[in-house]
Design a protein around this ligand. Structure first.
Ligand code: ZN
Ligand code: ZN
Length: 319
């Protein structure tokens, strides 16, 4: 296999700088130590990490005012922010969050490291050739690497609705390539209730809200149904498991809480990271059993060991 033909621009941080503790990108993966913060940083009681539900517009307004009065450093590169707002990420770092435009599996969106695979007869990856995926099609915005990876990790461990809204706008760009998605309802991949209590939020749900918000601003009327799916049992972390073990780990884990909402409907499943697709596939199986006509999987980033920068198979989604 040749060298990757496409790489994301921007600064790829060395893996050791990403703060992985228990493996390349698993449950214990956390963002690197945050950049130096301005001494004058002030946290409004209703914004930031506060777990009580806060109307997003109020949170965003307070965040913008806070950034204007008490400037902070960029979450990703540590440079002092010159413009208020922007989810505490500088323009250069936002510009580095580029989509994957290289060759990819035409069904699940797996990026190919060479044009050879893309030029094969049906342009499908091995998993899709075997018919292992239950969703109809999947698309990710970019590779799980560099600044995109860092931004996702930050969102995962720090509830930050402004960041989710801006990342949701990137998801909206990937959404454009999903077929017949305009008539769909949007469902985040759920956390198990115990995990959600522990974390205080579901990052996939924050991203789904950001996606719907972005689409609404373009005059499109997809509807978010945040409680459409539920995890009926907790699972062990996917990190370190083989593809088949991952599938077995999440088999039968999801059920549809509101089957009347999905009958004969298309559903857009949203998650932060797609690795093998086992979790999204298990969600899709539950939705199809409940009568969904199509299931389209949308994620912000795709992790694949074909690209060294993207790490080797992190824990899949929302766990
Ligand atoms: Zn920056
Ligand atoms: Zn595929």
């Amino acid at each position: 296999m040749g060298a990757p033909l496409h790489r994301l621009p921007g600064k790829a941080r060395p893996r050791s700088a990403l703060g992985c503790r228990g493996g390349p990108c698993g449950r214990s993966e956390r963002p690197q130590a945050l950049p130096r913060r301005s001494k004058a940083r002030f946290v409004f009681p209703l914004a930031g990490n506060h777990k009580a539900p806060t109307p997003s517009f109020l949170s965003e307004l307070l965040g913008t005012l806070s950034a204007a009065v008490f400037p902070t450093d960029c979450l990703l590169c540590g440079q002092e922010l010159r413009e208020p707002g922007g989810a505490s990420i500088c323009r250069a770092c936002w510009d580095s969050l580029q989509p994957w435009l290289g060759p990819a599996c035409e069904r699940c969106g797996l990026p190919f490291a060479s044009l050879q695979a893309a030029n094969s007869v049906d342009s499908l990856c091995g998993e899709c050739r075997l018919g292992e995926q239950e969703f109809d099609t999947a698309k990710s915005y970019g590779l799980y690497s560099g600044n995109l990876r860092q931004a996702i990790l930050y969102l995962k461990f720090h509830r930050k609705e402004q960041l989710a809204n801006r990342l949701g706008a990137l998801l909206a760009r990937a959404f454009e390539s999903l077929p017949e998605a305009d008539a769909a309802i949007v469902s985040p991949v759920p956390l198990h209730p115990s995990r959600k209590r522990q974390r205080g939020f579901n990052q996939a749900e924050l991203l789904a809200r950001g996606l719907v918000r972005s689409l609404h601003s373009e005059g499109r009327s997809l509807q978010l149904v945040a409680d459409l799916l539920r995890r009926v049992r907790a699972t062990i972390p996917q990190v370190g498991l083989s593809v088949s073990a991952r599938r077995e780990n999440v088999r039968g884990v999801f059920s549809v809480a509101r089957p009347e909402r999905v009958r004969n409907c298309a559903v857009v499943l949203v998650d932060d990271v797609m690795t093998t697709g086992a979790t999204l596939s298990a969600c899709a199986a539950a939705l199809k059993r409940a009568g969904a006509s199509r299931v389209l999987a949308l994620s912000l980033a795709r992790a694949t060991p074909q690209f060294p920068d993207s790490g080797s198979w992190p824990e899949e989604t929302s766990a």
